[in-house]
Design a protein around this ligand. Structure first.
Ligand code: THF
Length: 303
């Protein structure tokens, strides 16, 4: 499967449309791409042509499932993949040139500081497990209703009505986009049951192929595996679709190094227990075997 990724990387680098993007870094981009992976026998889509920090990606997914939108629990676990956005805002609004490590430490140690500066707004976690609702009052005013837990609803629908075409988790809450530090990239997940196997599909509106993709693909597969375990289904396929799929121009060294490598080996995932619900998984429940990747390739993240 990894050749699908490397081929896409090469095609974008050679034929992608070049533009100055929102971040100012510049990208080359292709529109509308698909990558498929079969989850049978515990297999997981982990790139082998560079080390992917699957525990970091898993901690991010588990954090989404708690409904949390503050980076504090991530920073407390040494996960800094979301720190750049709050840090950027803090620097702009205060003029304080604090570095990432010091900012992260302050987020962990100072609860009030974290509350003031660490929140990303109503991003994935909020929309996934507590999508806001509104109830009309008699006088024409609206009151907040109970939030919708889309993840719990999908477990329910997969269990009661596996043949449904509505097993969807949506992050793109149009009314709340302005309040988010970043509108969702991996915005729509849909699940499908056939012959007792659960497949998962992701529609990603915007994909940083050099950096984010490896995380997004892992998380899609992990979420699908967790749902399968909870719903007593076998894992099926994962189908990743990207709309604007791009390479940042400052990822040239990564692209060059990674395209010179050849995929080798494959990884599997086993759960060490069956947690009581989708919201009870811990990092210790994940056991990855057979992962012997080539060296990590560092690349800067565009904010
Ligand atoms: N913005 C951009 N420009 N790229 C992204 O991939 C991205 N995301 C999330 C939101 N905005 C994005 C944030 N997720 C890394 C991984 C995932 C991220 C952000 C950054 C990253 O830097 N990964 C490094 C090492 C990580 C580490 O040291 O732990 C890597 O090499 O994988 C995509 O959803």
């Amino acid at each position: 499967w990894e050749w699908q990724y490397l081929d896409l990387m090469r095609r974008i680098w050679e034929h992608g449309d070049e533009r100055v993007d929102r971040t100012g870094v510049g990208t080359r981009s292709l529109f509308g791409e698909t990558i498929r992976f079969d989850l049978a026998h515990g297999a997981m889509p982990l790139l082998t042509t560079k080390r992917v920090y699957w525990k970091t990606a898993s901690r991010e997914l588990l954090w989404f499932l708690t409904g949390e939108t503050n980076i504090r629990p991530l920073c407390a676990q040494g996960v800094e993949i979301w720190t750049d956005w709050p840090l950027d805002r803090y620097r702009r609004e205060t003029g304080d040139e604090i570095d990432c490590a010091a900012f992260s430490r302050r987020i962990v140690e100072d609860e009030a500081f974290a509350a003031r500066w660490g929140d990303l707004g109503p991003v994935y976690g909020k929309q996934w497990v507590d999508w806001p609702t509104y109830q009309a009052e008699g006088d024409g005013l609206f009151r907040r209703g109970p939030g919708i837990n889309q993840v719990a609803q999908v477990v329910d629908s997969l269990t009661r009505n596996p043949g449904s075409r509505r097993h969807i988790i949506e992050g793109w809450n149009v009314a709340e986009l302005d309040a988010m530090a970043l509108p969702p990239c991996h915005k729509t997940y849909q699940f499908h049951v056939a012959n007792g196997r659960l497949s998962g599909m992701l529609f990603q509106r915007s994909c940083d192929l050099g950096l984010g993709f490896a995380f997004n693909m892992w998380s899609l597969a992990l979420l699908t595996r967790m749902l399968a375990q909870q719903c007593n289904l076998e894992p099926g396929e994962v189908v990743w679709t990207g709309a604007d799929v791009h390479l940042y121009l400052n990822h040239a060294p990564l692209v060059e190094q990674q395209l010179a490598r050849t995929p080798e080996g494959s990884a599997t995932l086993r759960f060490t227990r069956r947690p009581a619900s989708m919201f009870d998984y811990r990092i210790e429940d994940l056991e990855v075997r057979g992962y012997a990747p080539q060296a990590h390739i560092a690349a800067p993240v565009a904010v």
